[in-house]
Design a protein around this ligand. Sequence first.
Ligand code: ASP
Length: 584
Amino acid sequence: MLRTNNCGELNLSDVGNRVTLAGWVQKIRNQGFVIWIDLRDRYGITQIIFDEERTDKKMLEKAQNLGREFVIQVQGTVIERVSKNPKINTGSIEILAEDFQILNASKTPPFTIENETDGGEELRMQYRYLDIRRNPVRENLIFRSKVSLAIRNYLSAHNFIDVETPYLIKSTPEGARDFVVPSRINSGEFYALPQSPQTFKQLLMVGGLDQYFQIVKCFRDEDLRADRQPEFTQIDCEMTFVEQEDILNRFEGLLKHLLQEIKGITIDEIPRITYSEAIKKYGNDKPDIRFGMEFCELTERAKGKGFQVFDQKELIVGIAVPGAASFTRKQIDALIDWVKRPQIGASGLIWVKCNEDGSYKSSVDKFYSQSDLEDWATATQASAGDLILIMAGETNDTRSQLSALRMELAEQLGLRDPEVFAPLWVIDFPLLEWDEENNCFHAMHHPFTAPKPEQIELLATKPEAVNANAYDLVLNGNEIGGGSIRIHDKKTQEIMFDLLGFTKEEAQAQFGFLMEAFQYGAPPHGGIALGLDRLVALLGGQETIRDFIAFPKNNSGRDLMINAPATIDPDQLDELNLKLKPKK
Ligand code: ASP
């Protein structure tokens, strides 16, 4: 080893020992006759001292030429420090240098390697290896490794085996576009990178492996959205001879284990809500339940009182915002402007203040009596001091607009505490979704998801009414996982492909292998996949998944460090038998 110790471990009990350390020069304080250096490695920082009286002259001179981020090896003796730094582990000692070697020099880094850096996000991505030297980034990566290990331990302890599935495959539809890879030796043919190992894990169950997991990269060519990565990591799992209940219990156990191991938090049983209830109560299928403000439909109560705006609307729905009766006119106007922005697209907002004295003041006082408003307050469970906000319009749009407002208010009121964890199972998703544009059904989860057994008959007559044996795990308003019980017989799978608009030939060409396998004693099975990047970020109390990925892509799907994607040379194109269309 080039060192006897690391930079984070020496303390007063080591005083008098001769040691060798290696690391990066974090900081130099040069007073001419004394030089202090903060030497950094993954484990911490140790102060090195060179001085005129105790250090060889030549050494002192040589040390004058050190720069930030030089890599050095230092030999010296541990001594007690005169002015101690209680903030760091090694703050009571320093190393009186006897000799040192420059292992490698460094150019001046393009941004400071400090907790708070002066580098912008793009620059830090371009020099990600320097960014990783900073504590917060390094800590995040170490944290991710800890979470992965806890996951592996839990799943191994419950008999799951880790199996690798291939990356060069044929499309597995999860609702996005495939990344494709041309095959040189099979000219004109392409592999697809897996959007998930879905079909493979099912085939492992047909193969009798019983319980599988894999922490695995998945690839989805989706339109750009903030904080979405074209390649991301899933904790992918599948179980044999199970029902939905078994899977929910096993993975509830996993989340509880992680919260306990990683955060020291014990949580109660994870509540469950049906998809339709979630939509009705929160306006979306991944509700944040760290706070209330549940929707209350006021349609019947509010219509027919001469207020035209409401009378014509399909849905009138409100929420009670705790303690917000004190909002000023200006604050309320700001909220109205906020919901009217094109991103939200609402036509307006009606408000009712529940005054402390039991009276009500609203923006529709002309049309509604105090007792009408009291009725609304009772319905929305508003107390004195709360503010009721009401939206009206077409059902789906209004729900999603109010859902956005609910989240915005929670943010403004500080109700989204990242150290509070409120998971939720969403169950009973519809199996299919009607796609107006293409005039066909889409699988809401994916084509391999089983319908509720008691609704199988409905598939032929009223497919849109069939619910799936599918479930999502939601944490603090984020979908962190989803799965289903699978179809395991050829006939149902064929009906499903048919409903999804596949011809028999198309289904055979794309998924013949799966339907073939189903004819050789495929056992009942089901599974789930959790998004590791998001889960780690949430456990780490942060929003951005990029911060927990060693080499992330930016919002345009680029790796700024290696500059990918990039063009390839004409010979390579030739070899792959590909031609690029000339740019217009
Ligand atoms: N393959 C699914 C997904 O990636 C998860 C599952 O059904 O297990 O969302």
